[in-house]
Design a protein around this ligand. Structure first.
Ligand SMILES: [Zn+2]
Length: 394
């Protein structure tokens, strides 16, 4: 893969998104673009009202007599629509250029209830646009975070479930006459952190999402790592137990089969069917109801079998993070998942990480950061993804 040659304007915008407020001199120093070109480009961006002048500010190093004029992004110059759909919910949002959500809607629904996801998206984007009539002309595009893999070449969606066969991004593009970008939902979340939370995200990091399935997106030198094909990031199909449980992918002992919500729920249902759980049994009316929340509650109430399952899941997740740290050695690892919202579970997880990451460094756990689990995160990330593709990289 050849890196795409970026224009000076794109490089300057990228730098501003990540580092503003900043001076022209710093941009020139850090991007290696000549001060003259920086000055001309910034003048253009100010003229277009994309950038605003903040005025003179004292240097942070307090050098006497040296003042620099700082510039910042005008966050409300443009907006983007972000969407995420998966087996649990469909979420929509509009954000400004700095990721501020100005409108959102989340539909907790099972995919069985949506007969046509394309129509469902079109209807709800229309509603969102009607509600935000005043910014309609400032929309950069529509980003869609999808529950699966995207073929790098033809933008085709490969998902575990056949119900998404009725997903046609072309129809959405035609209906709204806006650029549409679709990408794996976890890649979108990583882009959301990178673009909208620059103070929190380094240039190299991994974003590990554990939900119904799991995925790990890597940002390397400020770019989403793509790999040769769509398999990159499918961390749930790395083997953690030789000759372990058989996975839907055809292999045995994949991480998914021990730690994904889909498999934890599957195992919990079997427990209930066999009357093998004392506590979980009492939390649900019938086994169809079991959710990851019930499993977490049962763990905290001391359900022995559930406890074993969770501990096993945490051990394999910790082992995977240790391997990831050696292979990629990201500056930070973000964790996003319902499981890590629970204090007791996270404390236990920390113990395993400290044990498994000895080799990498005593304080490796401090590089691991929990991202609060929110159903809107994927949609916000999708908004970042389209801003990156159609606003920064025109
Ligand atoms: Zn597998």
């Amino acid at each position: 893969m050849n890196p795409i040659k970026k224009s000076n304007r794109t490089r300057i915008l990228e730098y501003i998104f990540r580092n503003a407020p900043v001076s022209r001199a710093t941009i020139a120093e850090q991007t290696d673009i000549t001060p003259a070109t920086v000055t001309t480009t910034i003048a253009e961006l100010i003229n277009e009202q994309i950038i605003v002048n903040l005025g003179e500010v004292e240097q942070s190093d307090n050098t006497p007599g040296r003042k620099r004029v700082l510039i910042d992004l005008n966050p409300n110059y443009a907006y983007a629509i972000g969407i995420e759909f998966n087996e649990k919910y469909v979420s929509f949002c509009i954000t400004n250029l700095k990721g501020k959500v100005i409108s959102e809607s989340v539909f907790s629904t099972t995919y069985h209830e949506i007969s046509n996801i394309t129509e469902f998206i079109i209807e709800n984007v229309e509603i969102l646009m009607q509600k935000n009539e005043d910014i309609k002309d400032k929309l950069v595009g529509i980003g869609i975070g999808v529950p699966g893999k995207i073929n790098n070449n033809n933008k085709e969606l490969f998902a575990d479930s056949d119900v998404w066969k009725c997903f046609f991004p072309e129809k959405i593009k035609q209906r709204f006459q806006l650029p549409v970008v679709m990408d794996n939902n976890v890649k979108c979340m990583a882009m959301g952190i990178y673009l909208f939370k620059p103070e929190q995200s380094p240039e190299n990091f991994s974003f590990f999402h554990i939900g119904i399935g799991m995925y790990c997106s890597n940002v390397i030198n400020g770019e989403l790592f793509k790999g040769e094909n769509y398999i990159s990031g499918e961390i749930g199909h790395t083997i953690v137990k030789v000759d372990g449980k058989s996975c839907e992918c055809g292999k045995n002992g994949c991480l998914n089969t021990y730690a994904s919500e889909r498999w934890l729920i599957k195992m919990a249902k079997i427990l209930i069917e066999n009357n093998a759980s004392v506590i979980l049994d009492k939390l649900v009316k019938d086994n169809e109801e079991v959710s990851i929340e019930h499993i977490i509650t049962a763990y905290n109430l001391g359900d022995e079998v559930i406890r074993e399952y969770i501990l096993e899941a945490l051990k394999y997740l910790s082992m995977t993070i240790s391997n990831l740290s050696i292979i990629i050695n990201p500056t930070k690892i973000f964790l996003h998942g319902r499981l890590f919202e629970d204090k007791m579970i996270f404390r236990q997880f920390k113990e395993y990480i400290e044990r498994d990451s000895n080799f990498i460094g005593d304080s490796y756990f401090s590089n691991i950061e929990r991202v609060p689990y929110r159903t809107i995160n994927g949609a916000v990330g999708a908004s970042a993804r389209v801003i990156d593709a159609y606003f920064i990289n025109e």
